[in-house]
Design a protein around this ligand. Structure first.
Ligand SMILES: NC(=O)c1ccc[n+]([C@@H]2O[C@H](COP(=O)([O-])OP(=O)(O)OC[C@H]3O[C@@H](n4cnc5c(N)ncnc54)[C@H](OP(=O)(O)O)[C@@H]3O)[C@@H](O)[C@H]2O)c1
Length: 247
């Protein structure tokens, strides 16, 4: 009987991370998630919550050690955490939460992957890594652009250890927490229908499936790549978008 995969999801307590945790648990993984606050509602069985603030970097190695001690060697690491604007400097918060924490997590865990089976890292970025989304600040853009390059760097550095590192870049996504807001916003729905080639928003479940694909055996010779999950909207020229909206 093969041993269970152990997947760690940083930011797996809510939003897309929580949907991914459920997806991997259903597929038979042992799943550990890290966030600051206790998940609410409670996580389904088979998903183990560890509380940590990623910006408290001196405490991170201890928590990560505990994750491996309890859950076993890692098969997959997914970093989905997102800085939420709070009192303080958003620039420093974005860089600390997205970049510094991800670097420390990867370096702390690089020697903790299981000898056999999946050995993969997926970082969740955004189309704001290469386009300008004016609803987000400069820190978000720079941190996500840096994250993409961090993935390419570690793809090369960790390749000899047979650890693959890839990026998933979603467009705007429907998740349980924002579903009611978007469903009730008729003008936004019309905008997505007109501008996205696939005619709608993506869902957290669709992003989770792509993260699962990139982290798993079906992508065993893929590393250092960024996969956009945006229904094709990145392909549409700005002028065409303007015409579609005006029409
Ligand atoms: N939602 C979208 O439409 C969209 C679009 C493009 C890209 N993305 C990207 O997709 C990822 C997931 O987005 P989401 O909207 O699902 O995020 P979310 O609902 O805001 O969840 C963020 C997760 O990160 C954790 N987190 C944040 N700061 C932390 C810290 N300092 N220490 C530990 N954990 C921390 C949160 O837990 P606590 O709050 O308890 O700490 C939570 O589990 C993000 O990287 C985001 O940039 C999202």
């Amino acid at each position: 009987m093969p041993k269970k995969n152990h997947s760690l999801i940083i930011g797996g307590t809510r939003g897309m991370g929580r949907v991914l945790a459920g997806h991997l648990a259903k597929a038979g993984h042992r799943v550990s998630v890290i966030g600051r606050r206790e998940p609410s509602p409670k996580l389904p069985r088979g998903i183990h919550f560890f509380s940590a603030d990623l910006t408290q970097t001196d405490k991170l190695p201890e928590v990560l050690g505990e994750v491996v001690r309890i859950g076993g060697s890692l098969s997959r690491l997914v970093c989905l955490q997102r800085f939420k604007v709070a009192p303080g400097d958003a620039w420093l918060g974005e860089v600390a939460t997205t970049l510094t924490a991800t670097k420390i997590v990867i370096e702390s865990l690089a020697e903790k992957f299981a000898a056999h089976g999946d050995r993969s890292i997926v970082l969740v970025s955004s189309v704001a890594a290469h386009l300008v989304a004016s609803e987000q600040g400069p820190g978000y853009h720079v941190a996500k652009a840096g994250l993409n390059q961090l993935a390419r760097y570690y793809a090369v550095i960790l390749g000899p250890k047979n650890i693959r590192v890839n990026v998933v870049s979603p467009g705007t996504v429907l998740k349980p927490e924002n579903r009611d807001f978007y469903r009730g916003a008729e003008s936004l729905q019309t905008m997505f229908r007109k501008t996205v080639p696939l005619g709608r928003m993506g869902t957290a479940q669709e992003v989770a499936s792509v993260i699962d694909f990139l982290g798993g055996p079906a992508a065993s010779f893929v590393t250092g790549q960024t996969l956009l999950v945006d229904g094709g909207v990145n392909l549409v020229a700005p002028e065409t978008l303007a015409r579609l909206l005006a029409g």
